[in-house]
Design a binder for this molecule. Structure first.
Ligand SMILES: C[S@@+](CC[C@H](N)C(=O)[O-])C[C@H]1O[C@@H](n2cnc3c(N)ncnc32)[C@H](O)[C@@H]1O
Length: 229
């Protein structure tokens, strides 16, 4: 079924596993018995890398019905476009994780290639086509559900109903917790939906804004944790 919620031409790129560990404040050593779902995972190398370490992780994305060559091309094109536009406003970003634009480009290209290699083998197994508002999983299928760079940063294009439905869906398929990163848009502006979401969550959930050791967008060193009691 088509989702009522769409973004036009979603950016199909992916942060690396190393960025994910920092963005979500995760310790690899403590994840051995944690079943994880990465939602709107794009071309991230998180699933590839953690699976290699023996951790049970799956990824979901609207575009995982596309073939590997299509996604490789799209990721490379979108990464080039992103780097070009970042080049015009480098001063708006924090250059700590990445030394410079070239460093960012090669790091993210590696993620794209690692993802693609794994996707060719595990498409339909670990990589599941899914709309965030209608996840094809049973209740409480995962211990931890992650979502990076889809919610909050596109609050000008993805409306409040999308945000609420997506987060309710992630809570439904998680037995323990949901983590969302980042909470800010460009120039360090916090999304209008962060506080509204926290106020509108169902009863029986604890929320916490956690400071993380990663920042690329200014003010982007915070992650939202939603924990089932
Ligand atoms: C900017 S990328 C983020 C990728 C990765 N999570 C990261 O942080 O690098 C956004 C991803 O969201 C996916 N997407 C867009 N709308 C979606 C939806 N309704 N359900 C699931 N995925 C969606 C896009 O296909 C794209 O891969």
């Amino acid at each position: 079924m088509d989702s009522p919620f769409k973004i036009e031409g979603p950016i199909f790129i992916g942060r690396s596993w190393a960025e994910y560990l920092k963005m979500f404040d995760l310790d690899l050593e403590k994840l051995n018995n944690t079943k994880i779902l990465d939602c709107a995972a794009g071309a991230s190398s998180f699933t590839y890398f953690l699976s290699k370490k023996g951790i049970d992780v799956s990824a979901a994305d609207l575009l995982y019905d596309k073939d590997p060559e299509f996604l490789k091309r799209r990721c490379q094109e979108h990464l080039h476009a992103l780097v070009e536009s970042l080049g015009k406003m480098e001063y708006e970003f924090v250059w700590s994780f990445f030394k410079n634009l070239n460093d960012l480009k090669s790091h993210r290209m590696q993620s794209c290639l690692d993802f693609n290699r794994d996707y060719k083998i595990n498409r339909g197994k670990k990589y599941i086509k899914a709309d965030l508002t209608q996840l094809p999983f049973e209740d409480e299928s995962f211990d931890m559900v992650l979502c990076a760079h889809l919610l909050f940063i596109y609050d000008h294009r993805l409306n409040w109903n999308f945000h609420l439905s997506a987060v309710e869906e992630m809570i439904r398929v998680s037995s323990n917790e949901v983590r969302i990163y980042p909470l800010v848009k460009n120039k360090g502006k916090k999304s209008i939906f962060v506080d509204k979401l926290i106020k509108n969550l169902p009863e029986g959930l604890e929320t916490e804004i956690v400071e993380v050791d990663y920042q690329f967008r200014r003010g982007g060193n915070e992650m939202l944790r939603i924990v089932k009691e």
